[in-house]
Design a protein around this ligand. Sequence first.
Ligand SMILES: NC(=O)c1ccc[n+]([C@@H]2O[C@H](COP(=O)([O-])OP(=O)(O)OC[C@H]3O[C@@H](n4cnc5c(N)ncnc54)[C@H](O)[C@@H]3O)[C@@H](O)[C@H]2O)c1
Length: 421
Amino acid sequence: MHSNSFVVPKFSANDKINIGLIGARNKGFNILSHLMKTGQVNCLGICDVDQNVLQKRLGDIKSQFGQTPKGYGDFRKLLENKEIDAVIIGTPDHWHCLIMVYACQAGKDVYVEKPLANSIAECNVMVDAANKYNRVVQVGQQQRSGEVWNSAMQHIHSGGIGEIKRVNVWANFQYGMGAGKVPNQAVPNGLDFDFWQGPAEKRAYNPNQVHGNWRHFWNYGGGLMTDWGVHLLDMALWAKNISHEPTTVLASGANYNRDAYSRETYEVMDVSYPMDDYMIHWSHTAGIQTGPYDKAYGVEFIGDNGIILADRSDWSIRQGDKGESEKATKIAKESFDVEGKSDMEIHVLDFLKCIRNRSVTKCPVEMGRNVALYAHMGNIAVRSGARLLDWNADSRRFDKNKAANQFIIPKYHGPWELPKI
Ligand SMILES: NC(=O)c1ccc[n+]([C@@H]2O[C@H](COP(=O)([O-])OP(=O)(O)OC[C@H]3O[C@@H](n4cnc5c(N)ncnc54)[C@H](O)[C@@H]3O)[C@@H](O)[C@H]2O)c1
């Protein structure tokens, strides 16, 4: 099991793949449902540290798909089941690394949700684990499989708007504010809150920091910057086929309305990633649900021959008339419509195909790591007070910035330790 020998494909096209789900409340169960609908999998186990969630999801899988997987409260027990070929990791971000490393060591292939992890060091470890144990990994950046994004990229890569020099990415979401403040409470029956916190520092229970709401607390997530950042910045990287790590990051961020809300992550943020021939700009505002072009989120690719505006439902082109300045406001516009499989349907099918033939997924762990670095560095630039950071990809540290370097490796709390590969 703990060997790095070449893995011989063990599935034929008709064999069912046995799946285990770890973290079942929301996205994890959504992925499992998509996998079940393919007819290519059996679900053998579901694990959640909240018994209420676990029982509900065991019931759902029975009523929706007629299967009776075993329930677990400890993912290590689920991983001991040798019949399970692959696991879905649908826990909050602070758990992704430990669970994925244990899963790789147990010989499972992994569908891990985005962002790959909650820190740079964890992302590094996860790449090493996947490679050492020869696992197939799909990161939950399903836009990589989406027909709209693939078609937009084809147009961009074929020179449809000329050379791209800039991309503006934004995400303005109401939920980024966090939940309205409530006092700490007793831990609800059925939730193993100690286990839920895992490697993070122990805190008193507050519902505003747990299910779903964990996103707004540094111990567990990175706010809109990482939650949406990895999906959308990934499109900015894809447009230029960038696989290198960030070089320079320039960021500012603030919290104006915190008294009424439970949140540590930033309400407003602007981050620039200047490169030799390209500039990526990220912006988010929590507490609203609209933005440029009347879109709550979007990506605006700016080439020297026009603009492509894209979101998950379509993309369009805007081209001005270069020759006549008074006509510059006349915009040539065409829309693109797709009818077909959703991003998620294609992404899970790709995962199954890659498990069968041991090939590289649409979003392998290296890709998940790289964009996670871009997103985390936006947060680190603000949290450290540095604002401007230079990343050294060789040393994997920020040049000349002690405060920022302190955010690279998370502090794990016992009994959990950051895995060494
Ligand atoms: N790709 C996407 O579009 C997308 C959408 C939503 C969420 N996500 C990602 O999915 C992940 C989960 O998000 P969510 O919204 O489902 O969160 P959630 O809080 O709704 O659910 C997480 C579940 O994990 C459980 N859990 C926590 N620690 C566990 C552990 N050690 N073992 C087993 N179960 C554990 C919790 O009890 C909870 O039921 C996050 O990484 C998030 O960023 C991705």
